[in-house]
Design a protein around this ligand. Sequence first.
Ligand SMILES: C[S@@+](CC[C@H](N)C(=O)[O-])C[C@H]1O[C@@H](n2cnc3c(N)ncnc32)[C@H](O)[C@@H]1O
Length: 383
Amino acid sequence: MPAGSDLRMATGNGENSYAANSRLQEKAILETRPVLRKAVEELYTSLPPRSTMVVADLGCSSGPNTLLVVSEVMGAIRAYTDNKNKWEEEEEAQRAIELQFFLNDLPGNDFNLVFRSLEHFENLGVRLGEKEMPPYYVAGLPGSYYRKLFPCGSVHLFHSSYSLMWRSKVPEEISSGTHLNEGNIYIGETSPPAVIELFQEQFQKDFELFLALRSEELVSGGRVLLTFLGRKSEEMMMHGDVSTLFELVAKSLRSLVLKGRVEKEKLDSFNLPYYTPSVKEVKALINENKLFNIEDIRLFESNWDPQDDSEGDVVLDCARSGANVAKCIRAVLEPMIIDHFGEDIVDELFMLYASIVAKHMKKAKAKYPIILVSLKKATGRMV
Ligand SMILES: C[S@@+](CC[C@H](N)C(=O)[O-])C[C@H]1O[C@@H](n2cnc3c(N)ncnc32)[C@H](O)[C@@H]1O
């Protein structure tokens, strides 16, 4: 049974790894650039001389995006200093600000890959042209962001992308079998209303806890920038394209049950610790707990196929797009599938899934809704 602690993306940097299949997530990080730049500039300029700006990326995973966040923050500082004249530049250098980055993920994350890529990144990545940039330091921080990770009042900026749709666990009533979600692995068309409610409640508990913990850890005036998969419709049964995506994984698994390759009980006891909220649900929770002011909240969309940057509604090569989507979802689900069903079915499952997704795409181009939230800690000035 997958729970938060079993969650990890496919390790290494081989063909099926998360590192080699995270272009979709990269697009979301780039989409949020203007919002990130605004938050970084505000924080950076309000720091007193000789202080350290602490930035934490939560759910950093391992791959190109892990260090992309570091370079985006440094890029934001570069963009700010680019507008300075010589005199202002010297004044800026005298402030002697330093940056400390913490890269957080669950302990099963491939931190070795992240650490190995750091040296290369430091040599190449953040020199950012001729300009002298503030010194920066990068550390890994294993642990769940549904627990306290930092001392109180010690972090200036939390960033998290494509992670907060993962729950701390599958709701207990579902994992214990008290409520069955037969033939589904997430909220599907045949999920009973009680099961849907349990997924929703788990999200509410997790998100409230996440906000309370981050609020404690932030300096006053500190910022939080989150992007995660959401849904467009308020109607739970029309749970949207992410639900469909997992519905198609469930369909592939059901087909393996019919072939006798997977036991039905195994499928019925497999549920993802997942939930994609609507903007309305997210707003309501943030406003209710009054710990943060919402600076920005919006929803944007990204094509299912990470390699498809086109705008129109038609998928040109459904077979190819199906294979691309299958690779991307495999990089995310493979460790959980192996833990629960064993290694034998993985290739067959994702080949089947690619063809089912291709068929689905013939009807229309499918898109992920992504929620972007920029928050500011509610009270006072920065300490
Ligand atoms: C799809 S990846 C996104 C990685 C990266 N931020 C990006 O944009 O490419 C989601 C990451 O969130 C991590 N994650 C999920 N739940 C977590 C938790 N409770 N605490 C820390 N990390 C978590 C997963 O291990 C995974 O590496």
